[in-house]
Design a protein around this ligand. Structure first.
Ligand SMILES: Cc1cc2nc3c(=O)[nH]c(=O)nc-3n(C[C@H](O)[C@H](O)[C@H](O)COP(=O)(O)OP(=O)(O)OC[C@H]3O[C@@H](n4cnc5c(N)ncnc54)[C@H](O)[C@@H]3O)c2cc1C
Length: 297
């Protein structure tokens, strides 16, 4: 029996795709492809499924109906170099296996993440976790200079501590979040798609989104049909709650947006009469806007 492989994916193995100032993602290995998903699904459904659905149709059906285990038959292993502040977000995904570079065992290289001027922006007024409008160039430059100066001072203190004989596990306390770490990260396709759904989302921090985008581009090569289904039914899908469905139904019957939202109990106006800027009603309007702007077929 020949090990299933995807020639285009084999060419990706070991290629370090740069992310941020000193980071990268490389595909180390993968097991399975779209065919492995189909093979697993046909075990549970029996050979009869071949007649009613082709492979693409079957994978799309499985994803739509959250028949998840066939997707777990595909595995990916990556080598990732990333700043500690990104690693803290990434490590929250508990359904992967990882092995991290030991800062207790090895000396940390002198590399910290320095955002480009474009990446240093004002605190977002709408999203408490995000950034928004540009800042004056002198503010951006001061931030970048401060980060460079603080990092250089921290690394000098780290080196001094090591020279003084302080243990590496203690000396590393001197290093800020912008310093890099490295790990092997292994995950099955289902959990990886979940990671991508959260970390490609515009609400996720820009830096982790860049890593997620690189990973997504590799998943696409290994499992193009599964990725297409994910892109369609998860990434660019619009999930409506029960109230939102009521409001949409009212809109389809000809109600105005205000009437539809009132009928569904989705508030657009605050108690003091001022328009709301966030909340369920506003999120429904954003979903409608997304649907109106949708051009994917
Ligand atoms: C935009 C954004 C902002 C965030 N902000 C914050 C923040 O401010 N503070 C913060 O602490 N975190 C924050 N997080 C992290 C977030 O709360 C999740 O921990 C992270 O996204 C991992 O999601 P997950 O648990 O679904 O993934 P995984 O850990 O990969 O788990 C996948 C799925 O497995 C199941 N699962 C795994 N472990 C368990 C378990 N122990 N119990 C029950 N079910 C389990 C769940 O169904 C889960 O969805 C943020 C995440 C995002 C994307």
């Amino acid at each position: 029996m020949v090990r299933p492989s995807v020639p285009a994916a084999d060419r990706l193995i070991g290629v370090r795709r740069p992310v941020l100032s000193h980071g990268f993602v490389a595909l180390v290995d993968y097991m399975g492809n779209d065919a492995a998903i189909v093979q697993a699904a046909r075990v549970s459904y029996g050979a009869g499924t071949k007649a009613v659905r082709d492979d693409r149709g079957l994978i799309r059906y499985l994803l739509r109906h959250r028949h998840t285990t066939p997707f777990e038959m595909v595995e990916f292993k990556f080598l990732v170099r990333l700043p500690i502040y990104v690693a803290r977000q990434w490590v929250r995904h508990r359904t992967a296996s990882l092995n991290e570079y030991s800062q207790r065992y090895s000396v940390v290289p002198d590399e910290f993440d320095l955002p480009t001027p474009d990446e240093v922006r004002r605190q977002s007024s709408r999203n408490r976790q995000g950034r928004g409008d540009p800042l004056p160039p002198d503010v951006v430059e001061r931030f970048r200079q401060d980060l460079t100066r603080v990092s250089a001072a921290s690394y000098a203190a780290y080196q001094r501590a090591l020279q003084d004989g302080v243990a590496r596990e203690t000396a590393r306390l001197l290093l800020p979040l912008a310093y890099y770490t490295e790990w092997y990260w292994k995950c099955n396709l289902w959990n990886l798609l979940h990671f991508l759904s959260l970390r490609l989302d515009p609400h996720a921090q820009e830096e982790i989104r860049l890593y997620a985008a690189e990973i997504a581009s590799m998943v696409k090569v290994v499992c193009p049909i599964a990725y297409e289904a994910f892109d369609d039914f998860v990434l660019h899908a619009t999930l409506l709650g029960a109230k939102e469905s009521v409001a949409l139904s009212a809109l389809l019957e000809g109600a105005s947006v205000e009437q539809a939202c009132a009928r569904a109990g989705l508030p657009l106006v605050r108690e003091d009469g001022k328009p709301m800027t966030s909340g369920e009603g506003i999120e429904f309007l954003e979903k409608l806007d997304g649907i109106k702007r949708s051009t994917r077929v």
